[in-house]
Design a protein around this ligand. Sequence first.
Ligand SMILES: [Fe+2]
Ligand SMILES: [Fe+2]
Length: 243
Amino acid sequence: MPIELFNDGNHKCIKFDDLTKEGEIPANQFMVVHDKRGLLLDPGGNKLFSQLSAEISVFAPPQRLDYLVLSHQDPDVGAGLNGWLLMTDAKIVISALWTRFIPNFCTSSFAENRIIAVPDEGLDLELSGAGFKLVPAHFLHSPGNFHLYDVTSKILFTGDLGASISPPEENITNVDQFEEHIQNMSGFHSRYIPHSEACRRWAAAARKLDIEMIVPQHGARMSGTECVNAFIDWVDGLTCALG
Ligand SMILES: [Fe+2]
Ligand SMILES: [Fe+2]
């Protein structure tokens, strides 16, 4: 079932969290709809395409998608691009570091003149008048990595940063007890994130944003000032793979 993270009537943020199959990495996919135009964030691989394209149609048909935003280059983020490019006129938004890898995910001609290369310093994006910021999150974990900040909902979509795996019986979708949740995040961050310097830079930038909710690509979201700040503090103090 799609989960509404935000809805003010004209602006909706939707999370899809039950489409990945057994044996695949469990992942969330996201759609933002503003004024009947859509943006898809980290839509995932080929196996999700049919079901996700059907599910998003409830909110806006694929023909109304303007952007396919990829936080980084991983297959669980964008390996299903071919179908989306075929079905929509949407532009791909991805780090300039990864644009030349896009043809590995799709028929090359489908992507021609449809790639927005995000420079290292980030980019502002507009969807039918609604503002978004691509916030630099390099080396968290990919060297060319961006988080999507939705100015309207004040949600920061953090890709793999904040990724968690909770015990199946707990099925946590929204973090209540941050301290208890740390154990669900630690394994990924201590191995996949290369260095704490990347964490400290991100934390300094995140503290300047007005954030209501942190929503990662895997696992539970963190809502409210207290939990958001606890998460930023935790990232700020992380020790990672190389230090
Ligand atoms: Fe990743
Ligand atoms: Fe991921």
